[in-house]
Ligand binder design. Structure first.
Ligand SMILES: [Zn+2]
Length: 398
């Protein structure tokens, strides 16, 4: 994959919104991708965010760029229904983020539900596939009498929590996980559902390094090709819609369980396999970036300083797409020490510690990761005490 560079000065909104000249959403994708899960070439380009920096590569503040950028596009396989990243840089640095309390609480509740369903055999082994960004569930599983499996060994419980999406070769990754499930064992896969991404217009979850955007529909089909039947599906509000799917080998194929059927019907109502529906994300991306740009300009014109909160990967395409720079957004605060002292890629906006927000005397603190809003509001009472307000980037008006 060749990279391009853009000047460090943020793209103007109009320039950013125009996207790449040689391709358009709805047209044929020039690279003719093969599905990462089923190998099919039949599919549609549904979202094109143009050239974007690698979201997890946070350059040191003294590095003035230009930052390498790469095409950022989502393609929907017409055969298995997997929405996926077309291409991108293969390696990125990953400064460790702070695990939000909501993620930890959800993991605890998910394990409780799996146990209540009788799917955690006492004395069983667990093979865990993790996301590079999130914590382990092992400490939650050990009290139920489970223990970690040796590397590569079969396990009664094979757990993948947000891990699968980080693997480029989806076919190989699913095969590996399925092969590790011991006879009579269960496979647990937790994913941010495509249904939620589409329903909530979460277009900025498309990012380099996240290769697959699973729906219950696509994952059930992909697992069925490995002889696994989806038994149970629990939906959580985390990130707007997270699903934990359990699956097991069934001799004659079997039928998905009732809770899975409900999720499949919701997928169908939302239209997760419909390229026309998914292309709605493109319009939402353009609207969202334009609204953010207009709001930042209005605040700047009125002389009201704005600081951001949450240097998360999903904030990167939004800021780049909106043409944000430090004249519009003075800094982005983040609790992760590894991110402080760096800058938001594709822009000149520095990343600071939350304790430094007051130095900028902002009238607004723009929360770039809406899931964090209640948490940071509670942990930083000084913001409102100083007369500033928290602003949710998801609900910005022009
Ligand atoms: Zn496919």
């Amino acid at each position: 994959m060749s990279s391009h560079t853009v000047p460090l000065k943020a793209l103007g909104a109009a320039e950013a919104l125009a996207g790449p000249k040689e391709q358009s959403v709805g047209g044929d994708c020039l690279s003719e991708p093969a599905c990462r899960a089923c190998g099919s070439h039949a599919g549609d380009l549904v979202l094109d965010l143009g050239n974007q920096p690698a979201a997890d590569w946070l350059p040191p503040r003294g590095d003035l760029g230009p930052d390498p950028v790469y095409p950022l596009q989502m393609w929907l396989c017409a055969s298995c229904g997997l929405a996926q990243l077309v291409a991108g840089p293969s390696t990125t640095e990953e400064p460790q983020g702070i695990e939000p309390a909501a993620v930890i609480a959800q993991a605890r509740e998910a394990v409780r539900r799996v146990s209540a369903a009788g799917l955690l055999p006492h004395g069983g082994r667990v093979a865990e596939y993790r996301s590079p960004h999130d914590g382990s569930w092992m400490d939650l599983l050990v009290p139920y009498g489970l223990s970690p499996a040796c590397e590569g060994a079969p396990a009664e419980v094979v757990l993948d929590c947000f891990g699968l999406m980080h693997v480029a070769d989806q076919a190989a990754a699913v095969a590996e996980r399925a092969a590790r499930v011991a006879p009579g064992g269960v496979l647990l896969v937790q994913y941010h559902s495509l249904e939620a991404i589409v329903s909530h217009g979460q277009w900025n979850l498309l990012r380099h390094g996240h290769y697959a955007y699973h729906s219950t529909t696509s994952l059930t089909k992909i697992l069925a090709a490995r002889g696994f039947c989806s038994l149970t599906g629990w939906r959580f509000d985390l990130f707007g819609g997270t699903v934990l799917l359990t699956a097991a080998r069934v001799a004659d194929g079997g039928r998905p369980g009732p809770s899975v059927e409900l999720l499949l019907r919701q997928d169908e109502r939302t239209g997760v396999r419909d390229a026309t529906v998914l292309r709605g994300l493109q319009r939402q991306a353009e609207d969202h970036a334009a609204r953010l740009h207009e709001w930042l300009v209005a605040e700047q014109t009125a002389g009201r300083a704005v600081v951001g909160y949450g240097a998360a990967s999903r904030a990167v395409p939004l800021l780049v797409f909106a043409g944000a720079d430090r004249t519009l957004l003075q800094a982005v605060a983040d609790a992760s020490v590894a991110k402080q002292g760096r800058r938001m890629p594709g822009t000149d906006i520095p990343i600071i510690a939350p304790s430094q927000i007051a130095d900028h005397e902002p009238l607004s603190v723009l929360v770039l990761v809406p899931d964090l809003l209640s948490e940071v509001r509670a942990s930083l009472p000084g913001i409102e005490a100083s007369g500033a307000r928290w602003v949710d980037v998801a609900v910005l008006g022009p």
